[in-house]
Write a protein that binds this ligand. Structure first.
Ligand SMILES: [Ca+2]
Ligand SMILES: [Ca+2]
Ligand SMILES: [Ca+2]
Length: 355
């Protein structure tokens, strides 16, 4: 703690009046703010000069507080209903961490990475206690050659993430962990290489998660899913588009109990997949559709309906290639118990009839 130094700017206002309501300090280049339980309404502006941060709305800083030389912010608000708005304009790496604790919360992070940027990392970590009404929105517009975005929205109940990379770029790496009952992730990028990891252990209500991933130039995109839903009737839709490109699907979407719908729709020249779709209990509809070529590889798609009367689909509108090649494996569709319908290529078991 001896590295902690308290800073009060805004005309040399002493911290004596505000310490009882919270604390403000800089530790290792990170602005740490802890507020009282009073409802907070905070605005944080980062940049455009690297490391420059201005905070509006802090108790004890009526004119705002300004800092330089920062690499991140770490805000913890109290038990009230809090609004935290963060606007970043920077071509440097930066970390934003907001912990709103209990109570309702609105957290909005907008991030602009200007043209002529090279390698930029955005870290966005929103935590809260589990509560009923915690909304997080993240908007990133990047013009960097290589952008790495790491987003964790913690217990937020509603999550809305938009990433836009309109200029031709080398790479976009995006990792999202979100488990809002209503989760939307929308990415449009002119990046040659896209690497998207979508994770979350969802909330156990009827969750709706919608992912739209669009690569606007020929390239390759890897989508790695790590999703575990719970007993509600969940609706998961991933619409993936890579213009004249190659898409690789990896990971697991486990819808768990309840009557779930999982749809993965890929529009690319070529798709390779080791994706596992698990319906578990309930009457589930599980679909993987490829609109271009489905290329077999050493791994394989597995679709498991498990108990309940399921409808399972694995279809390629652009044909299946790689059949009979050394080391390739056919996909597997297994209905499990129940009266299951299927429309699938590869190995099919425990399915009663086609549809
Ligand atoms: Ca479920
Ligand atoms: Ca299910
Ligand atoms: Ca079944």
């Amino acid at each position: 703690m001896d590295t902690k130094r308290f800073i009060g700017l805004a005309g040399g206002i002493a911290l004596g009046g505000s310490v009882c309501q919270g604390a403000v300090g800089v530790v290792g280049g990170v602005l740490e703010v802890t507020t009282s339980d009073v409802d907070q309404s905070l605005i944080v502006l980062v940049g455009p000069t690297a490391g420059e941060v201005r905070v509006l709305g802090l108790a004890g800083f009526p004119g705002g507080a300004s800092y330089t030389g920062l690499t991140g912010i770490d805000f913890t608000t109290g038990l009230g209903d809090d609004t935290v708005i963060v606007g970043v304009t920077s071509d440097e790496d930066f970390d934003v961490r907001v912990h709103t604790r209990a109570g309702e919360a609105d957290v909005v992070v907008t991030w602009f990475i200007p043209p002529d940027s090279t390698d930029v990392m955005c870290g966005i970590d929103v935590l809260s206690a589990k509560g009923p009404d915690q909304y997080t929105r993240v908007e990133v517009e990047t013009h960097a050659d290589n952008t790495l975005i790491d987003i964790n929205t913690g217990n937020s109940t509603e999550v809305d993430i938009n990433v836009d990379a309109p200029d031709t770029a080398v790479s976009l790496d995006l990792a999202v962990v979100a488990r809002g009952a209503l989760t939307t992730v929308d990415v449009v990028a002119a990046a040659l290489f896209m690497d998207v990891a979508l994770g979350g252990g969802f909330r156990g209500t009827d969750d709706t998660a919608t992912y739209t991933l669009t690569q606007t130039i020929p390239g390759s995109m890897t989508v790695d899913a790590g999703m575990k839903f719970w007993g509600g009737d969940d609706d998961v839709t991933a619409t993936i588009s890579s213009t004249n490109g190659t898409v690789t699907l990896e990971g697991v979407i486990n819808a768990s109990g309840g009557d779930d719908s999982v749809t993965v729709d890929v529009d690319a020249s070529r798709t390779m997949s080791s994706l596992k779709l698990k319906g578990a209990g309930g009457a589930d509809e599980l679909t993987l559709l490829t609109r271009g070529e489905y290329k077999l590889s050493s791994d394989r798609t597995i679709i498991l309906g498990n108990s309940g009367d399921d409808t399972l689909m694995l279809r390629s509108l652009g044909g299946v290639t790689g059949t009979g090649e050394a080391g390739t494996r056919l996909p597997l569709t297994n209905g499990g118990p129940g009266i299951d319908l299927y429309d699938a290529f590869g190995a099919v078991s425990n399915c009663e009839s086609t549809f």
